[in-house]
Design a protein around this ligand. Sequence first.
Ligand SMILES: Cc1ncc(COP(=O)(O)O)c(C=O)c1O
Length: 386
Amino acid sequence: MIYFDNNASTKLDPGALSAMEAAFHLFGNPSSLHAEGRRARRAVEDAREEVARLVGAEPAEIYFTSGGTEANAMAIYGATAERGGSWVRSGAEHPSVREAAPGVPGRVVDPDPSGALDAARVVEAIDPGTALVSVMSANNEYGGIFPVGDIARGARARGALVHTDAVQAAGRVPIDVRALEVDLLSVSAHKLHGPRGAGALFIRKGVRIAVRTPGGGQEKRLRGGTENTPALVGFGVAARLAGERLLHDARAIGQLRDRLERSILEGISGTRAIGAGQPRLPNTSAILFEGALSETLLMRLDLEGVAVSAGSACSSGTLAPSPAILALGFSPRQARQVIRFSLSRDNTAEEVDAVLRCLPAAVAAVRQKADAPGPEAAAAAARSSR
Ligand SMILES: Cc1ncc(COP(=O)(O)O)c(C=O)c1O
C-alpha cells in the first residue's frame, strides 16, 4: 500500500510506539500521590514539555485533550462562553472549528480563489463585539498556510482573542506561539506520527476561558478526566522527533510533493493544483481532475494499492462537496473532482514513481465512465427513441 493520505492520519513512529508500550505499565493515576501515581505524572509532564517545545510555549500553557477536535471545541466554546459576543473565522476551517460554537453569531471570511487568505479582510471583520477570531495555521485539504501572525496582531489591537487550529501545521512547518502572538492554539498527535486520541490546547498565560469539561480537576481544572498516560507519552516522543526532524523532513517531503504535482500537471491534461503558488504545506497537493469524479478515482487508486483522499467530506451517508474547496470559489461539481495527495517522511521517490505510472490510466478510465451514460440515462434514451 502506498499511503498518500497523511493529512487524514500518519503512521505511528516506531520510537513513539515503543515508548507507549513501556508507558502501558505505568498504571497509576497521574493524580494519585503515591509512587505509582507519581511515576505516571512524571511521564505526562515530560510529554507536556516536549509538546510545549514544539510550539514555543511554556509547559504550564499546554492543556492535554483527546485530540484536535476537542482542543478546538475547548478553545472556541471556552472563549466565546467566557466573553460573550460573536466570533470570526475563515471559510476554510475544519468542521471541528466550523461547528464549535452553535448559536454564537459569526462572520466568515473566505480565502480568494488562489487559496490565499487576506489578513486585512479578516481584521476588518472584527468589531467591538467580537470575542474571538479563529483562523487555521494550515488548511487540511489543499495545505494553504494562512497569515495568522498578521491576523493576531490586528485582532489584538481590536481587543479580540485569537485561536489557531495548528493541527495540520504543527510538526510540518515551524510554529511558534510567541511569534504568532496567538492566545490559543490546537495540535493533534496523530498528524505528526503520534497516536490517535491525543491532542493539546495552548492557552497563553493569563488568558481565561470557560470550562467545557468540568469535574475531576485535571489540567488545572480546565479539562477534567484521567489522563491517557500511554497516548500522551507517545505524543511527547512524536512531538520531539517532529521538532528535531522538521527542517530536513519538510525539504525532502516538499521535493517529493513538487515532483508528483509537476508530473501530474504536465502529464495529464485537464488538471490543476489548488492553492499552488501561495504559501502551502510542503506535503500537500490537491489536484482538480476535470471530468473525473473524485470518489470513483479514489476507489480505483485504492484497487491499485494507493491511498489518497477525495476533496469531499462523507457526512451522514451523502458525499457532499468540501466546504473549504467551495470557499475558494470552485463549483460543487469541481469540488467533487479534487483528489488530495498528502505525503509524510515515510514516503519515497519510488512510491511517487509508482503513483505516476498508474495515475494516467486510472484518470482516463474514470473520465470515460463519466462520459458513458449511466443506467438511468440509458433507459431514458431508450424510452425516448421508442
Ligand atoms: C485542520 C484540522 N483540525 C482538526 C482536526 C481534528 O483533529 P483530531 O482528529 O485529532 O480530532 C483535523 C483532523 O482531520 C484537521 O485536519
